[in-house]
Design a protein around this ligand. Structure first.
Ligand SMILES: NC(=O)c1ccc[n+]([C@@H]2O[C@H](COP(=O)([O-])OP(=O)(O)OC[C@H]3O[C@@H](n4cnc5c(N)ncnc54)[C@H](OP(=O)(O)O)[C@@H]3O)[C@@H](O)[C@H]2O)c1
Length: 309
């Protein structure tokens, strides 16, 4: 099958479009014919070797951990999916990824594709959508009337976070560059802070929750906008607990553990029209390097998707 893979850690020149053997299909696996795969920052972080201490990857490694496609074959113990079903998933990051014509996915990580989405839109949902859900609903327990600050509201995770927070009845503030102020307001943000003109930490205060998708100085400054015992949830770097204590706030790190049942619930919210995917950029699979360049720029709008079929 055709795939985009790496044989070593390194720059975008490591991304190779070529032929690799078909994936092995275990008893609990579903073989998915990939129609679309999304690109996430974790893809280029893995390519560069940033996760090699945490996960022992084997080469050649097919990148990409978001997929939408059609079931081609099912393992002996699979009960919930059959050949021809349209599905989407955030597969296991320790296995080969989705920049390929086929991927084998454990059925527990799979859900039926929302009927109102194209394959490109569906591929953009699992990783970013489940992350926004996990951080805001499971960790922060966001409630109606809460004030939440979402950093990078125009980014891959941010577009889901803004819509989810709004659907829960929160007052939503998002940081964006000038070109994305109207965009993030159209997604439902009550307030957009243009980080090119204003320092959010100087103009905001009394927040219940900050969703940190940026890390570094932005994470540190975020403690100052929280009310006492407010919560910072970060998906980038584990927070400095001492600093949080000093500021009398709470801080937690969240790393996504994917789950097909939760993804199915997210799919229902999409079918009901509560949230919608935002695919900002589409590339053919062969142009995965261009997609990585854009993702690494950290200025893509919404999600980046690779068309495979
Ligand atoms: N822990 C986990 O499980 C998990 C899961 C998913 C993602 N992540 C991590 O979360 C981070 C965000 O992921 P993502 O997919 O949302 O990234 P992304 O789509 O690449 O984010 C791009 C967005 O960041 C915005 N941005 C850049 N600089 C900014 C600033 N100074 N202030 C506010 N916004 C800024 C850009 O908006 P402008 O163009 O308007 O500047 C752009 O829309 C990544 O580091 C990723 O690895 C972690």
């Amino acid at each position: 099958m055709k795939a985009v893979y790496i044989s070593n850690y390194g720059g975008i020149e490591e991304l190779t479009h070529g032929d690799l053997p078909m994936p092995e299909v275990g008893d609990n696996d579903v073989l998915v014919r990939v129609y679309a795969a999304a690109v996430n920052p974790v893809d280029w972080k893995i390519r560069k070797g940033f996760l090699q201490k945490r996960i022992q990857f084997e080469f050649p490694l097919i990148l990409g951990w978001d997929v939408a496609g059609v079931v081609e074959e099912t393992g002996k113990k699979v009960t919930r999916f059959k050949k021809g079903d349209q599905v989407f998933s955030r597969p296991d990051i320790t296995r080969n990824g989705t920049y390929a014509e086929y991927v084998a996915v454990d059925e527990n990580l799979l859900a039926h594709k929302p009927s109102n989405l194209s394959f490109e839109e569906a591929a953009s949902v699992p990783l970013a959508g489940l992350t926004a859900w996990g951080a805001l609903v499971e960790i922060a327990n966001l409630k109606s009337g809460d004030k939440v600050l979402i950093h990078a509201g125009a980014g891959g995770v941010g577009v889901y976070a803004v819509q989810l927070a709004k659907s829960l009845g929160a007052y939503v503030t998002a940081t964006v560059s000038g070109k994305n102020v109207d965009f993030v307001r159209a997604l439902g943000a009550d307030q957009a802070i243009n980080y090119q003109e204003q320092d959010f930490s100087q103009v905001l205060q009394g927040f219940d929750v900050v969703f940190d998708t940026m890390g570094g100085e932005i994470q540190r400054k975020s403690y100052d906008v929280l009310k006492e015992q407010g919560l910072l949830v970060t998906i980038v770097t584990p927070p400095e607990q001492e600093l949080a204590d000093e500021k009398h706030v709470r801080a937690e790190y969240f790393f996504l553990q994917p789950d097909g049942e939760k993804l199915a619930k997210l799919g229902q919210l999409i079918e009901q029209g509560t949230i919608r995917p935002v695919v900002g950029h589409v590339f053919p699979l062969q142009e995965a390097a261009k997609a990585h360049e854009l993702s690494e720029s950290q200025h893509a709008r919404g999600k980046i998707v690779l068309q495979v079929q």
